[in-house]
Design a protein around this ligand. Sequence first.
Ligand SMILES: N[C@@H](CCC(=O)N[C@@H](CS)C(=O)NCC(=O)O)C(=O)O
Length: 220
Amino acid sequence: MADEVILLDFWPSLFGMRARIALREKGVEFDMKEEDLSNKSPLLLKMNPVHKKIPVLIHNGKPICEFLIMVQYIDETWGPESPLLPSDPHERARAKFWADYVDKKIYPALRTILLSMGEAEEAAKKEYIECLKVLEGELGDKAYFGGERFGYVDVSLIPFHSWFYTSETLANFSIREECPKLVAWAKRCLQRESVAKSLPDQYKLNDFILSSRRSVSPNK
Ligand SMILES: N[C@@H](CCC(=O)N[C@@H](CS)C(=O)NCC(=O)O)C(=O)O
């Protein structure tokens, strides 16, 4: 019997995009079920009763939650010929370190840029650019973070590309000027079908973010 693979997702979600990319890199066919996060479905509440968050991967009826855990599961279950995590333990630890850096540093700075104004926004913008530069230093002259092969750190970071336009216009800076190598890397990633198919249009996303932002913060 063929595998049944369902992804509970929400189109603007950075974490959802990561899951889509990882599955597509492995050539896994899946059914993407769009969630309304203001009115979560009984299936989401049943499959992720602890965090109640997307993405949730449901493989033959069994849920896998939290992206880091999910990507390891995907890597171990499908497409051994195209691994996302390195097989060498030290290289694997290094990839996890940088993906963790993206979650701990880039994600919170981006959220602050989107939700705040004035000094807090300025500080977050500075932090965001500094952290992107640190990542650019780690990338160096390599094609991808892991070298020649697209992998875990690339999957974790590339969804931020679809939010670049909004963060640049809100905080008034140019990522191209600040981090040219990172922009070239993003262009390379976007040539991959797995990425191009999984990232939403940046202008559609911008409209969505601005309207959500107005409902969260009436001053903006
Ligand atoms: N740590 C989680 C984060 C997932 C996450 O933050 N999901 C958000 C959408 S981007 C969500 O479902 N939010 C709904 C909520 O918090 O109620 C992961 O790695 O998968």
